[in-house]
Design a protein around this ligand. Structure first.
Ligand code: FAD
Length: 537
């Protein structure tokens, strides 16, 4: 969907030496705009269901299980039901495409992500995800070992960092002194200790929650790092970067549990000079990002998926659930009735849809939560950009000290030997205070902001740029703020209070594919055992 695509005049600089500093000379016409989310549907949702006949009419549709929300969690739940032979279900999705935060886009015939762009190889606790990957042909068992399809593993070089004017391999800034090296080592030891003695896993609720976890959850990561004496600027920049990249906020906002979980639940922390465990750090990625996965999940569900359906209100009745739905293409209401309800939307939306019928735990959890706004900019370029010296272009390219998170190259996985036209996808987790500006400022404002940050790395970017499609995620992901992961209210929502099944990555306090998939899969497993008896209709 191309919402608000238009042409714009951007302030640029001389065509021969195009600098990206603000306010410089000639004007350049550049096509582009906001894409990916319908502002009108968001409005409808925010304003709530108008009372009265306008919304209460329309056809009445019935199914046994109604799933609201077609992100990874909703799709995983539907997939689980189908695999269990339960096919009397419907999934309603507000957008015209399922996938939620893991949707894709196209520019100049090239696929690119709108949100999530990679999946780390699942660890031993993410069994449902491992099974999905096998079913999709991404992995197979060879003599008791999981072997992944080379084509979909991120090719080398994976990451590089622009540091003091040159590109370095990897994202960790070099330890400039013996003192810095000692700090890197100390943090690595703390992570190894956490892995061995506390237990961290993805999905995070697959291991017991202990008092030590709660103590970490009760403070910010920055506070914990300060108390450990870990203040080296390079290390702290890197840790901030990792938190912004995975959780949408820096170390002063996320909990120490989250900061350690990032490393301890996956590959650990490898300071310069330590031996890397290459296989654990490998990631699966595709030009369109994780939309490669969600498209296949949605396709397998066929007509069970109903896109362009904005659910405006959900009311539990004595023996069933009623949902008031707005059918976007016909601009008319529909009434859905089901004996089981799965809320696979973000929790703040579930709260809005259920209103007074929401279980108290939902209210308690949402008052503790904070959501990060994100900007994703897909930049279609004519050809390879000028490169500073050092490491060659990688899949993930990050600039030390920049506000945004860097960019991935959609053609990185292509087997074409010569670099040519591509789409560079820039990611930026914004502070919550900038959410309003994300909606108020025009797309050209945000593009300018990005171009300024990239000026040093790629002074010819503006010259190569053909089109820019920007996506704004107002409430992109739950930030694991102190106290959230250990919140009893959040844990209670996973127990299906008031007979309502909640399935969303929000239940984990932070957002990654494995947590979302697991949330949906868990609900499908529960429904399977509940629905063994005759359906309540
Ligand atoms: C910019 C960005 C980059 C990311 N990168 C990665 C990454 O690389 N790897 C990774 O693992 N994770 C990444 N994530 C995290 C990502 O959120 C999860 O991987 C996953 O996609 C979350 O799925 P979900 O089902 O929990 O939620 P959502 O994606 O939020 O799905 C909820 C769905 O409900 C729908 N909905 C909402 N309200 C209604 C309504 N009223 N009626 C009908 N439908 C409704 C929404 O449209 C949406 O489709 C990223 C997230 C963002 C925003």
């Amino acid at each position: 969907m191309q919402a608000g695509a238009s042409s714009a005049l951007l302030g640029a600089c001389s065509p021969e030496v195009p600098k990206l500093a603000p306010g410089a000379a000639p004007q350049l016409t550049l096509p582009g705009g906001w894409v990916g989310a319908s502002v009108a549907r968001g409005h409808r949702l925010r304003e709530g269901a108008p009372e009265g006949p306008a919304l209460q009419g329309g056809p009445i549709r019935r199914c046994r299980v109604l799933i609201i929300g077609g992100g990874v969690a909703g799709l995983a739940c539907a997939r689980g039901l189908m695999q269990a032979g339960i096919d009397d279900f419907a999934l309603l999705e507000l957008e015209d495409q399922a996938g939620g935060n893991s949707r894709g886009h196209q520019m100049g015939g090239m696929a690119c992500p709108l949100g999530a762009h990679y999946l780390p190889l699942p660890g031993p606790h993410a069994q449902a995800v491992s099974q999905l990957l096998e079913e999709l042909g991404l992995s197979r068992q060879v003599m008791g070992r999981t072997v992944y399809e080379e084509r979909h593993l991120c090719h080398s070089p994976q990451e590089r960092l622009l540091y003091q004017g040159q590109w370095l391999e990897g994202l960790l800034p070099p330890a400039e002194s013996a003192q810095a090296q000692a700090q890197y080592l100390k943090f690595a030891q703390a992570v190894a200790h956490a892995q061995q003695h506390l237990g961290f896993a993805i999905p995070s609720r697959s291991l017991p929650w202990r008092a030590e976890h709660a103590a970490l959850d009760g403070q910010t990561f920055a506070h914990w790092l300060n108390r450990q004496g870990l203040q080296d600027p390079g290390l702290r920049w890197y840790l901030d970067y990792c938190c912004r990249d995975d959780f949408g906020a820096d170390a002063s906002t996320v909990s120490a549990w989250a900061g350690l979980h990032y490393f301890a639940s996956r590959h650990g922390f490898h300071p310069p000079g330590w031996q890397d465990s290459a296989e654990r750090e490998a990631v699966l990625t595709w030009p369109e990002g994780n939309a490669w996965l969600t498209r296949r999940m949605a396709q397998a569900l066929g007509e069970h998926v109903h896109c362009g359906r904005t659910v405006l209100k959900v009311s539990p009745q004595r023996h069933e659930f009623h949902a008031q739905v707005w059918h976007e293409s016909s601009q008319s209401p529909e009434q859905w009735r089901a004996s089981a309800l799965v809320m696979a939307t973000p929790l703040f939306i579930a709260q809005r849809l259920l209103g007074e019928a929401a279980p108290p735990a939902l209210h308690d959890a949402t008052t503790q939560m904070a959501y990060a706004p994100w900007l994703v900019a897909n930049l279609q370029v004519k050809g390879p950009l000028l490169q500073r010296q050092g490491a060659r272009p990688a899949w993930d390219n990050v600039m030390y000290g920049a506000q945004s998170l860097g960019y991935v190259d959609a053609m990185h996985q292509s087997l074409v030997p010569q670099a040519g036209p591509t789409v560079l996808t820039a990611y930026w987790a914004l502070p919550q205070a900038r959410r309003a500006a994300l909606y108020q400022q025009p797309w050209t404002f945000w593009l300018q902001q990005l171009l300024q940050q990239w000026g040093d790395a790629h002074p010819d970017l503006l010259q190569q740029l053909q089109r820019a499609d920007l996506m704004r995620w107002g409430h992109a992901m739950s930030i694991p703020v102190p106290g959230l992961r250990g919140s009893p209210a959040l844990a209670h929502l996973a127990e299906s209070p008031n007979g309502i099944h909640f399935a969303h990555s929000d239940l984990a306090a932070y957002s990654v594919f494995e947590e979302a998939y697991n949330a949906g899969h868990r609900v499908a497993t529960r429904l399977r055992s509940q629905l063994q008896g005759p359906a309540r209709r």
